[in-house]
Design a protein around this ligand. Structure first.
Ligand code: KG4
Ligand code: ZN
Length: 329
């Protein structure tokens, strides 16, 4: 069975074809980062318009690269995300499915992220604990099987990626700041500035990053007042990254121990952070799985593979789902 996957929840237009026997046949991505960078963040209206422009050619491209005329089902991200952007993907998915007379599968964006490691040769077996860290979400999810998800913890304020992006902005780095901040951190000393590890020593599995953000802001202001910001930028970046990584790794290991998970999956944009990967691999005694870097951030392949895992939920096209908010469990 071949599933076409469509992702348009935010600022990446993604399409891919996944075959239940042969694996990923084709995938393509168009990033809108340049369009939004001038505004310092994603502008929803611009995102929707660009998805409209890009999606159909991307779908054509992946079908042609996969060597098929039509798939057996169309999976699309139905939420959570920007409603106007989601509507583009769900509208086209339903329209194509109607024309091809094949079923549709609506996918939760975070389920796409947590199943992304299934695209790799070394895929995790169930059950596993997933640390989902993206621009919009920070979650620890117990995964017993497909569709059997328990959200153990979530962020009370900013998402981990959002904290990276906002700190990057303070340091004068361009949007999206996460990868740029990680690059700057390489040259810095992670112990240079004492920053809090929010909620690390509290019971429960929730996260909070706004206090850390404020602490970084004060450190930046102080450096500005001292006239030493330029010399301290890399140290601040490294110290911030270390605080986030320490918190994420510490809380993940504790949740895994408490809930008895031997396997951990890291996914979502911040999952591309090499310090996070390195630290979890070093400190967690069980196995750690990640999608390859390009499948950490938003993409169509994760939606196609999630659709392939959820063929039992395939339904007749027609009802165009687009949900800004949608619980995973
Ligand atoms: O999963 P994603 O592509 O989109 C959402 O669903 O939100 O995640 C994007 C987020 C952004 O905040 C970006 O700055 C962050 O992931 N990110 C990183 C890195 N690469 C992307 N954060 C830290 N280190 C990275 N290497
Ligand atoms: Zn995402």
């Amino acid at each position: 069975m071949q599933v076409l996957g469509i992702e348009t929840s935010c600022d990446e237009t993604g399409a891919a074809v996944f075959d239940t026997e042969r694996g990923l046949l084709a995938q393509s991505l168009h990033s809108q980062v340049d369009l939004h960078a001038v505004y310092g963040g994603v502008v929803p209206e611009i995102a929707s318009r660009d998805h409209i422009r890009r999606l159909l050619p991307l779908v054509r491209e992946v079908l042609s690269n996969a060597g098929i005329e039509r798939p057996d089902a169309v999976a699309y991200t139905a939420g959570p995300g920007l409603v106007g952007a989601l509507m583009v993907g769900s509208g086209l998915a339903n329209g194509l499915a109607l024309a091809w007379q094949v079923p549709v599968i609506s996918i939760h964006h975070m389920e796409g992220h947590l199943l992304a490691p299934m695209l790799e040769d070394e895929a995790p077996a169930f059950p596993f604990l997933a640390l989902l860290v993206s621009g919009g979400h920070t979650m620890l999810v117990g995964v017993a099987g497909i569709g059997e998800y328990t959200v153990l913890g979530t962020t009370l304020d900013d998402a981990a990626g959002e904290a990276f992006d906002k700190t990057a902005k303070l340091l004068g780095l361009p949007y999206p700041g996460g990868p740029a901040l990680a690059r700057l951190a390489v040259a810095g000393n992670p112990d240079a500035i004492a920053l809090p590890r929010p909620m690390l020593n509290r019971p429960g599995h929730d996260f909070s990053f706004s206090g850390l953000k404020t602490a970084v802001m004060l450190a930046v202001r102080k450096a500005e007042d001292d006239g030493t910001l330029e010399q301290q930028r890399a140290d601040i970046a490294a110290s911030f990254q270390e605080a986030v990584v320490d918190t994420l790794v510490g809380k993940t290991i504790r949740a895994a121990k408490e809930q008895g998970f031997q396997r951990v999956v890291i996914a979502g944009g911040v999952g591309a952070n090499s310090r996070l990967r390195e630290q979890l691999a070093e400190r967690f005694s069980g196995q750690v799985f990640y999608p390859r870097l390009e499948f950490c951030t938003d993409n169509g392949a994760m939606i196609a593979v999630a659709g392939a895992c959820r063929l039992h939920d395939a339904a007749a096209p027609g009802s165009i789902a687009a949900m800004a908010r949608w619980r995973l469990d």
